[in-house]
Design a protein around this ligand. Sequence first.
Ligand SMILES: Nc1ncnc2c1ncn2[C@@H]1O[C@H](COP(=O)(O)OP(=O)(O)OP(=O)(O)O)[C@@H](O)[C@H]1O
Length: 251
Amino acid sequence: MSNIISVNNLQKTYGSFNAVKGISFSVRKGEIFGLLGPNGAGKSTTLEIMETLRSKTAGEVSIGGFDLDAQPENIKQIIGIQLQSSGFYMGLNLVEQIELFAGLYNVKVDAMALLDLVNLKDKAKAQVKELSGGQKQRFSICTTLINNPQVIFLDEPTTGLDPQARRNLWDLIKQIRDRGTTVIITTHYMDEAEILCDRVAIIESGNIIAIDTPDALIDNLLASGFQKSKESKQANLEDVFIHLTGQQLRS
Ligand SMILES: Nc1ncnc2c1ncn2[C@@H]1O[C@H](COP(=O)(O)OP(=O)(O)OP(=O)(O)O)[C@@H](O)[C@H]1O
C-alpha cells in the first residue's frame, strides 16, 4: 500500500515548551491510523498541524503528494476536517448546513445521500442543537466528507458517547475507510483503537514510542513475558449493557 501522508522530524514548540519533539511517521492510503497517548502527549497538536490549522516549528509534512509549506491550499482541497458543534450555523437545518459548506468548497453534493450514509436522513430538517450526542458526532463526520476528501481527520470522535453510539460510529468510520478514504483518528480509548485502527502510533511527551498494528504491539508485549495477573472473563460489563439495551442503531 502506498503512503498518503508522510511526516518527517515534526517539531512544535510553544514558547520554550517542546510539545512535539521531532516525530516521523507515514500513513498508508486507505488505512485507519490512530494517534494514541495520554493527555498532553501532543496528539491534537500533530493532528492540527496536518490539518493546516496550526503552524509547525520544524519538520516536513506531505499529504497526497503536496508539501504543507509550499502547497497548503492543495492539501485543504483533499482533506476533511471535523467541525465541533460550535462551528455550525444556528438556524440552519442539516441539509442547509451541508449545502452551505458545499458552497464554500465550491462543490456539488447530494446532501440526502450524505445524511443517509451517516444514518441521519430522518433528521434532514432538524437543527444541530436538536441532535443527540451520537447524532451530532455522526453529522460532524458527515461534514468531513462534503468535499469528497482523500483523508479525514477525527479528533476523539467518540468521547462522551454511550457504548452503542460508539459502536455505531466505529461501523461508520470503517465504512468510510472501506470506500477508500484514509482516516486519521485520535483517541484515549484502547478498546476503540484495537477494534478500529489498522495501525497506531503511541505518543508520549511529544515522542512516538511505538508504531505498528494493534495485533503486533500486543504480540510484542506478550513475547516480552507480560502476563495479566487475573484471567479475564469472555465478556465484560459493556457486553452486558449492549446485550440488554439492544444492538439496533439509535436514531
Ligand atoms: N496553544 C498552546 N500554547 C501553549 N501550550 C500548548 C498550546 N496547545 C497545547 N499546548 C501544550 O502542548 C502539549 C500538547 O498538547 P496537545 O493538545 O497536543 O495534547 P494531546 O495529546 O492532544 O492531549 P489531550 O489528550 O489532552 O487532548 C500540552 O502540554 C499542552 O498543554
